[in-house]
Design a protein around this ligand. Structure first.
Ligand SMILES: *Cc1c(COP(=O)(O)O)cnc(C)c1O
Length: 396
């Protein structure tokens, strides 16, 4: 459902409640979970027509499924993309977006500040199949320009980055990629689809870990790839069909229900994150706060231009290095220690010893991951309880 009967376009929050709904003959209010592997046909001729793509309908749930199709349609409406494919995890989405576009002899360029598994794909996996990769400082446009080669096929970024919440200029990087004949893939997890629309800024493909804000309550894994219909048909459709990282219809249903409340949750969690960033910046035990919505953020101008808010994550450095950060975090009572993010529960992690522990300390330092750095994913608790929790933990 893209528009009402009189042709008036419906707004995002409405699309996220009604968009893409497929009702069965029972007329159920809530979307149904079609927990089925296959589909039956009235006749052999009907099966033949469906397999040949001459008649609409489902064939096998590795290819498509009604509940999964509802999620894909609703995500495409949200992103403003022509087409979407849901996957079992965010990493399955990233893998398809990268592997689906390249062959041996190609080259990819990515910003160095990547989610650990994304870095593995770019740095380890692609080179094993003859796809060279170059890592650049994502904020330095000259490095992007210098990295382009005649065989560069794909550029890849996450913005804001994990864990220091650096913001990269999507429009400028898309321009550099396109000038070199390459595409730009953006992992938009940290910004969420509510606060940033990379395809409007020139990105060719957007990927999500739906595991994070789209579920939003820490239950199921899932991922989504979004792009033009042509991009999906050329690079993604067959890769997913034949290699098989399909999302379970049950998990797709959880994500669909998550989308209904996504605007409310992201607005509330972002408002709380901004309040917490402000509070933490005023505390003597905190040496530095990283939050894209703040005036002291190094890329505040880009953030203001391309994001509709500062997001739901805050990073900060605690005085006293690792020992100081551990002691403070261990005293938190409401905020839980976990490496996950985008949950209704506020979660805190120490990147240097968890999400980024695989990287040598000097590489961590180059990414701004200092020993006292903590990353906070702000949840749906009352923000005053979160502020009081940090106040007692810092005072202790
Ligand atoms: C979590 C995450 C992923 C991977 O998602 P999974 O659902 O865990 O596979 C990829 N990119 C970013 C930025 C993430 O936060």
């Amino acid at each position: 459902m893209v528009e009402a009967k009189n042709g008036r376009a419906l707004r995002t929050a409405t699309q996220l409640v009604h968009g893409g709904t497929l009702r069965s003959q029972f007329g159920e209010t809530s979307e149904a979970i079609f927990l089925t592997q296959g589909y039956v046909y009235d006749t052999m001729e009907a099966a033949e027509a469906r397999f040949k793509g001459e008649a609409p309908g489902f064939v096998y749930s590795r290819f498509s499924n009604p509940t999964v199709a509802m999620l894909e349609k609703r995500m495409a409406l949200l992103e403003g993309a022509e087409s979407a494919r849901a996957t079992a995890t965010g990493m399955a989405a990233v893998t398809a977006a990268m592997m689906g576009q390249v062959k041996a002899g190609d080259h990819v360029v990515a910003a160095r500040a990547l989610f650990g598994s994304c870095l593995y794909i770019v740095e380890d996996l692609l080179p094993r199949f003859g796809v060279a990769s170059t890592l650049v400082d994502g904020a330095d446009l000259d490095q992007w320009r210098a990295a382009m080669r005649p065989n560069t096929k794909v550029c890849f970024i996450e913005t804001p980055t994990n864990p220091t919440l650096e913001v990269y200029d999507i429009e400028a990087i898309a321009g550099i990629a396109h000038d070199a004949g390459a595409t730009l893939v953006v992992d938009n997890v940290f910004a969420t689809p509510m606060l940033q629309k990379p395809m409007r800024l020139g990105a060719d493909c957007v990927v999500y870990s739906a595991t994070k804000h789209i579920d939003g309550q820490g239950r199921c894994l899932g991922g989504v790839v979004l792009a033009s219909e042509e991009f999906i048909q050329t690079h993604i459709h067959n890769f997913l069909r034949q290699t098989g990282p399909a999302i379970s219809p049950f998990n797709a249903w959880v994500m669909l229900k998550g989308l209904e409340t996504l605007p409310l949750r992201v607005a509330q969690q972002s408002a709380s994150a901004a309040r917490l960033a402000e509070f933490l910046a005023g505390q003597p035990g905190i040496e530095r706060v990283y939050y894209p919505g703040r005036d002291d953020h190094p890329q505040r101008a880009i953030a203001r231009r391309q994001m509709a808010g500062g997001g739901t994550l805050v990073a900060f450095e605690v005085a006293g290095g690792k020992a100081g950060a551990f002691a403070m975090a261990n005293r938190l009572e409401v905020v839980k220690i976990s490496n996950n993010l985008g949950d209704a529960k506020s979660l805190i992690t120490h990147p240097s010893t968890t999400t980024h522990q695989r990287l040598p300390l000097e590489q961590q330092a180059r990414m701004g991951i200092r020993p006292g750095l903590l990353r906070l994913s702000v949840g749906l608790e009352d923000v005053d309880d979160l502020i009081e929790d940090f106040a007692q933990a810092l005072g202790g």
